[in-house]
Design a protein around this ligand. Structure first.
Ligand code: ADP
Ligand code: MG
Length: 316
């Protein structure tokens, strides 16, 4: 069976809050699916429903063809999950946590020892027998990941696996996710609020905002769908008044949209190469002090803007 996750009209409310407002999902075996959205978008609520930890208010979902409400126990044996609010006991060692997890899934002592050997490459060889309180944030995340993998699940859920990690730790988690997917064929559903992470890792991205999927596709397809290049203008700090500059640039042929960007303007244009010099001329015409003018292709942030009217604006 090719579809590992299927959801139809999945909804979840908390009192008056409609956290997830009717979600359709189809995820195939072997995919890395990136669920991208800002804080509060509904990502964790979806993950909790798909991992059988939270029941839907309405709609349905199946994992490996099994219903998340009626066949929760059977589903849990086949999936792994490293969730956002996982709490680790400071007074335990990594090995103790992994052993407990292995026992939970009914592995034998020998299987547990072997699995810890295999997985300790994930969390640094020398750390598995150290106390959790000596672990860095990055090591804790990798231990979480290892714990979710003790029983060799075919489907892995990762809820914001790299939030708060430094770039080096983030890159290591990315490598591990890629290796699991390419070497073991594990299907991966990961949530993130980092555009770069979705772009780097996911075969397919679903963009979620306010409980609704507003766009879905490969990162390249999504970026192509914006259909515009972006000219980034960095302005000097000479006290330029920005609104008249924006107005002037907005009048240039081929300019679709002008907004304030980091230290200047972001100008969306239908054809970057053709628009650069008229934009430069217009800037010169209003006497703007331009420090830098760069042309770039759209990012997933531009996709998010196009789909929602807002920038994601998280710590990139
Ligand atoms: N247990 C809960 N009780 C009440 N509201 C909740 C609960 N869990 C989540 N919410 C609300 O549902 C919305 C989506 O939350 P969540 O799924 O955690 O978003 P994300 O993981 O994308 O940050 C938010 O408005 C959040 O405050
Ligand atoms: Mg969350």
């Amino acid at each position: 069976m090719a579809n590992v996750i299927e959801a139809e009209g999945l909804k979840r409310s908390f009192g008056d809050v409609e956290a997830v407002r009717g979600l359709d999902l189809t995820i195939e075996s072997g995919e890395i699916y990136g669920f991208l959205g800002p804080n509060g978008a509904g990502k964790s609520t979806v993950v909790k429903m798909l991992t059988t930890l939270l029941s839907p208010t309405s709609g349905s979902a199946r994992i490996f063809g099994m219903d998340v409400v009626d066949e929760a126990d059977r589903i849990r044996l086949r999936i792994g999950a490293a969730l956002q609010d996982a709490s680790l006991d400071d007074k335990q060692s990594g090995r103790e946590i992994l052993t407990m997890q292995g026992e939970l899934y009914g592995l034998t002592k020998a299987e547990i020892a072997q699995r810890i050997d295999e997985l300790s490459t994930l969390i640094e060889f020398d750390a598995v027998d150290r106390w959790i309180r000596e672990y860095s944030g990055g090591m804790k995340r990798r231990l979480d990941l290892a714990a979710s993998l003790m029983h060799n699940p075919d489907l892995l859920f990762l809820d914001e696996p790299t939030t708060g990690l430094d770039p080096t730790s983030r890159a290591r988690v990315w490598e591990e996710v890629r290796a699991l997917n390419s070497e073991l064929g594990t299907t991966i559903f990961l949530t993130t609020q980092y555009l770069e992470e979705a772009d780097e890792l996911a075969d397919r991205v679903g963009i979620i905002n306010k409980g609704v999927i507003v766009g879905e596709g490969s990162p390249d397809d999504l970026k192509r769908s914006v259909g515009a290049d972006v000219i980034q203008v960095r302005l000097g700090d000479t006290g330029d008044s920005v609104p008249p500059i924006m107005e002037e640039v907005g009048r240039v042929a081929g300019v679709e949209h002008v907004e304030r960007g980091p230290n200047g303007l972001l100008v969306s244009v239908s054809n970057g190469a053709a628009a650069v010099s008229p934009v430069a001329v217009a800037l010169d015409g209003v006497g703007a002090s331009v420090r830098e003018l760069t042309l770039r292709t759209p990012t997933l942030d531009d996709v998010f803007l196009e789909l929602t009217g807002d920038r994601m604006e998280v710590g990139q």
